[in-house]
Design a protein around this ligand. Structure first.
Ligand code: SAM
Length: 282
């Protein structure tokens, strides 16, 4: 019988965040595919779990992925874990899940901590609609294209960043999004030095020009403010409709066209036009 592939979330710092279900799963599977076997070995040792580990990382994704799939097709149960947080999120796993789905293998998630969502929850920024943007490229042009592509996005934006690249990233973000855009910098989540700095991009640049960034960061950026609809009064809307009538449109069509561009209903504009007409004839 074909086995199951378990996608297991692991802590992003605090080992107590490994869930009981994750522990049970890691104890029960035949082998664990790990991004860095040394990191996972430390985790398993801490929980006294003894399990064969095989490395699965971005440089062996293809061959190792196929090997894992064959073993699961042959009946073994496998878990995939990354160094921290959820596999598949800026970490290996996505391809393996795709291969498993293609092979008809049952996939089960054991949800665990995730830095992006944890940071979003602490950001104080809108959580109702957000976009995960992952890491920016190290290539200057690709970074710029990426940032330009989300400049007017109204979703809250989530980025991962390494400390040594933080200042450059903040400079690029300030130049693209503007110095007044709000940002929350969430660092070292679930660890001793957990901290959230809620500020603007301009002030964040000033701060990190003076203070070296330390630890792991998630950057949460306020979404763009949607452009405000120009305000128009009912009188101005009726006047615009009247002008269309002077150009030869019927009242219903003039009302329809102006209604489409303003907050006023077609019937409201039409009634106002008819009222004007009635007043003109009396
Ligand atoms: N798969 C992971 C997850 O589910 O969050 C993300 C892995 S990604 C390779 C690593 C990045 O996640 C770091 O560069 C940092 O941006 C963020 N990160 C991971 N742990 C963190 C923590 N404890 N505090 C803040 N950010 C963290």
């Amino acid at each position: 019988m074909t086995g199951t592939l378990y996608v297991v979330g692991t802590p992003i710092g605090n080992l107590s965040d490994l869930s009981p279900r994750a522990i049970e799963t890691l104890e029960s599977v035949d082998f664990v595919a790990a991004e860095d076997t040394r990191v996972t070995l430390r985790l398993l040792n801490h929980f006294e779990i003894k399990k064969p580990l095989i490395s699965y990382h971005e440089h062996n994704i293809r061959d190792r992925g196929e090997q894992i799939i064959h073993r699961v097709l042959d009946g073994e149960n496998a878990a995939i874990v990354s160094d921290a947080g959820m596999p598949c999120i800026s970490d290996p796993g996505e391809d393996l899940v795709r291969l498993a789905a293609k092979a008809g293998i049952r996939t089960v998630v054991i949800p665990g901590p995730n830095a992006a969502i944890s940071a979003l929850c602490l950001s104080g920024l809108s959580t109702s609609r957000f976009a995960f943007e992952g890491f920016l490229s190290t290539n200057k042009r690709s970074r710029k294209l990426h940032l330009d592509s989300v400049r007017d996005d109204t979703h809250t934006l989530i980025f991962y960043e390494a400390p040594h690249k933080l200042l450059n990233t903040l400079l690029d973000m300030r130049d693209t999004f503007g110095a007044n855009r709000q940002i929350a910098l969430a660092r070292e989540l679930t660890k001793i030095h957990e901290e959230v700095i809620r500020t603007t991009l301009g002030r964040a640049v000033e701060y990190y020009t003076q203070n070296a960034p330390r630890g792991e960061y998630v950057l949460i950026i306020e979404g763009a403010t949607p452009p405000r609809e120009p305000e128009i009064t009912l009188e101005e809307a009726v006047e615009a409709a009247r002008q269309l009538m002077e150009e030869g449109l019927k009242a219903t069509e003039a009302a329809r066209q102006i209604s489409a561009k303003t907050p006023f209903r077609k019937s409201q504009l039409y009634s106002a036009l008819m009222e004007e007409k009635a007043n003109e004839t009396t």
